[in-house]
Design a protein around this ligand. Structure first.
Ligand code: BT5
Length: 259
């Protein structure tokens, strides 16, 4: 990664401190430890390669050297933000979709934490918290974006088809600029986290809205229905075949269009 370009571009944002690594296990692990140790709000961990990148439930996230964005942003939520922490994954996903949409791409959110381009996963988000007793002290937003085609793992490693920005935009993708735009988006949207308009923005970019989907839950059970939108806390709102409304909460869920 071009360090000078990175410094220059990040200096335009009101970030906390920044830790850059050529290679690291997981930027989220580093950020969680740093947050526990007192990192400032909006501190950033960024790496050119992850050797033990994580998805949800300790699934693997692949970040081969020089091919992708992998970073973790530490938020110290304010008292006003604390009742709305389940919306943070939406904040991150919206910032990613916005950064891609300004480049003319039709990006959508596959609830809860994937960003799709043309139905293929281009980015993944992992939000984790540091607790202090009963209260969340810090939230770590981990984001991985496939920039080059080489970032995309082979098909047998994937739960869902994947793509890269190079695939969509050609080879001249500026990694540092995309990082800047995603961070700027998070910072700009954050004051609106508690508002109805934030929820509406999030709903508007949901993939499969108005379509029949199936959701596989952690216990293996399947929920089928039409995706209507989001509840106030960011849970997914469906209506099933019998016209009954169903709420899918965050957790181990896999959303798919119905075959
Ligand atoms: C995610 O989990 O999609 C969250 C990924 C978060 C990664 C970031 S990178 C910076 C920060 N540091 C970390 O250690 N993590 C965060 P999930 O929905 O569980 O999806 C994981 C699944 O995505 C895997 O099981 C693979 O099938 C697939 N996958 C792995 N690497 C991928 C890639 N580069 N592109 C597309 N799909 C991938």
């Amino acid at each position: 990664m071009d360090q000078n370009e990175l410094k220059k571009i990040l200096s335009q944002l009101p970030l906390g401190d920044i830790r850059y690594f050529d290679s690291i296990g997981s930027t989220n692990n580093e950020a969680l430890a740093w947050a526990t140790g007192g990192a400032k709000d909006l501190s950033l961990v960024i790496a050119d390669e992850q050797t033990a990148g994580r998805g949800r439930l300790d699934r693997k996230w692949f970040t081969p050297k020089g091919t992708a964005l992998a970073f973790s942003l530490i938020l110290r939520p304010t008292a006003a933000e604390k009742p709305h922490l389940t919306r943070i994954v939406g904040l991150a996903a919206l910032a990613v979709t916005d950064a891609l949409r300004t480049r003319g791409l039709v990006a959508q959110i596959k609830w809860p934490n994937d960003v799709l381009l043309n139905g293929h996963k281009v980015a993944g988000i992992l939000v984790e918290s540091v607790w202090s007793g009963e209260e969340v002290d810090c939230v770590v937003i981990g984001i991985g974006v496939n920039i080059l085609k080489r970032a995309v793992p082979s098909e047998e490693l994937l739960l869902y088809p994947a793509t890269s920005l190079e695939e969509a935009l050609g080879p001249a993708v500026q990694r540092e600029k995309i990082l800047h735009d995603i961070l700027a988006g998070i910072i700009a949207l954050r004051p609106h986290l508690a508002t109805d308009s934030f929820l509406a923005l999030w709903e508007n970019v949901l993939a499969f809205r108005g379509e029949q989907i199936q959701v596989e839950q952690g216990d293996g059970s399947l929920v089928r229905g039409k995706l209507l939108g989001l509840e106030s806390d960011g849970s997914l709102r469906l209506i099933d075949e019998n016209g009954k409304s169903v709420t899918v909460r965050f957790g181990d869920v896999r959303v798919r269009p119905q075959a």
